[in-house]
Write a protein that binds this ligand. Sequence first.
Ligand code: PMV
Length: 315
Amino acid sequence: MVVGIGRAHAKAILLGEHTVVHGTPAIAFPLPALPVRALARPAEPGTGSQVPADGHFRFTVGGTDTALSGPRVAAEEALRRWGITDTTVEVVVECGIPLARGLGSSAACAGAAVRAVADLHGLVVEPGELYDLVQCGEQVAHGRASGIDASAVLANGPIRFHQGRAEPMPIGLDAALVIADTGVPGSTQHAVAGVRRRLAEDPVRAGSLLERASGLIEAAGDELSAGAAESLGKTMLDFQELLAELGVSTPHIDALVTAALGAGAHGAKLTGAGLGGCVLALTEPASAPGVSAALRRAGAVRTWTVPTRAMHAGA
Ligand code: PMV
């Protein structure tokens, strides 16, 4: 049987989550160690949606399946745009990304699903169209999504994202990032809605907070390209403080940040939507095992270490 295959991967936001929804830039990088693979094939009659189990799930497009999941909506929209109306396609998604942990699982599953459906029909999707289709799914998964997840889960290297456009971000840093999973799922939609409410309560304070965020993101870009690990760590901590002001940190996240600093990290912060999810710590490569162990002792359910020199999907 003909089968289409599509792939994508997780992402982590270094700086700029939440404020990017309100117009600031943000910096993110791909996590190829956490991949998603999707398979698309003509559906057998009676095939329907199946809820995620162990990160694997299944849905159909082009038929009567109306399950409201981001990946299904993105793939359905792809068939509509490509004028493919005479077929029902079964898509099986094998997601190696923990769900609802700020690592971009919804966008990555949507990207892989669209690529698989395109591959089944012998089509190659150009990057702009793929981004648009993933964003259709993200509107379902997140409400109003900035587009940083859709860009980063399809990117080959670190990006600077601003108002719908992603540019490659040069990295001159020889350090390591340790990502720690709190084990607590965080709802992006809920977190984004809470931040919007908080900003709307006090527009003057919101303006100065977003200005402060933009300044930190610009500084982080300079520090990344100059290889200034210590000052980048400090910038990450300042951004964590700002995210806490926005109400998306938790005592568990704060405890992991403290544990990472105690083990010698230059800085640490939540990554993604928060209210659970993951913490990102910046360390010297030699300190990464100690930071990782300290994060686990403080309650992280798992950790991943990414050397900054390997922040490319092909690496
Ligand atoms: O937690 P995630 O992977 O859904 O990241 C969302 C990033 C936000 O800035 C919170 C939302 C957005 O659309 O940019």
